[in-house]
Design a protein around this ligand. Sequence first.
Ligand code: SAH
Length: 360
Amino acid sequence: MDLSTLVMWLRETDTTRLAELWREADRVRGQYVGDAVHLRGLIEFSNYCVRQCAYCGLRASNRAIHRYRMSTQEILLSAHQAASFGYGTVVLQSGEDLGFEPSWLAEVIQTIKRETALAVTLSVGERSRAELEAWREAGADRYLLRFETSNRRLYEQIHPPRSGQHRSDRLAMLEVLRDVGYEVGSGVMIGIPGQTYDDLARDVMLFKQLDLDMVGSGPYVPHPNTPAGRGSLDEFISEGEHVPASELMAYKVIALTRLVCPHANIPSTTALATLNSESGRELGLARGANVVMPNVSPPRYRTWYEIYPGKACIQETAEHCNACIHRRINKMGRVVGTGRGDSPNYTRRHRRSGARFLPT
Ligand code: SAH
């Protein structure tokens, strides 16, 4: 799909035409990744962050949130709970927390891998090659790092470098992740103030160019304690060009991502469920997605992991989320995936390259 076709779809308003897009995305999803919906237990283990991202509530200078870091024991309890629900994967996510030793996280990964059959996905921000190698060595299987936007100028507005550091280059880090042998995931926020239709179409093209194994994109949700939430980027919005941070736009991105990256694992995101708690998850799954990430963090931490306000399911327990998601998937006539749910894109790539990094 070329840039102008992608822009055309992103601007489409005709419901009959859109119904064709949803149908085609759903068909391709069924053909390439099947009917199973893979569940990933999300453990938000720390909200400490050294960064100053203009959009995110975890940014270092937000003094209004209580900071926490889960203990090894708490993380292990959550991981075991995820395993007991039959999930094949846990995602360890945090702010860019420099307050723990890389060797501590390596031990956590090792213990999870020793005590369970779970695949481990990391989402802990921009890290050195040495750290990424150590965690891969410890048994981590996958890594999520959104490039947030392919527009370099906008990226620099929303994602400044750490003080005294070089400019942030997430695309370069995605290359390192792949080289180290991770299954690699990325994605963008939809409707960042200043993001144009061309920008978003280029994001989707970049998903393909990067040959991503996982692609997660969700609507931007303003956070009042951030510069973007207070309007710092509004001067960059150009009338008629700006992408709305809407539910509909999120479905379009999911559907188009499925068409350009047919073998990728694509989640129906929490940000989407936040915009439509009634049926956002299901509609994402019906329009190209095949993954959901139920939260398994202990309830007392959920409210503090506030990357944006009003996040879906922050009052719920892990048991509640598990029962709810099973009910929703069954009602759709889909099945809950068993096993680790590795990305078919990753397994294909490594079959081709001699299976050097086949998941263990
Ligand atoms: N520190 C890690 C994990 C961050 S949270 C990292 O930076 O990779 C994961 C994702 O949440 C981010 O990549 C971003 O795309 C998304 N996010 C952050 N703030 C958001 C907001 N206000 N609205 C929507 N998504 C947001």
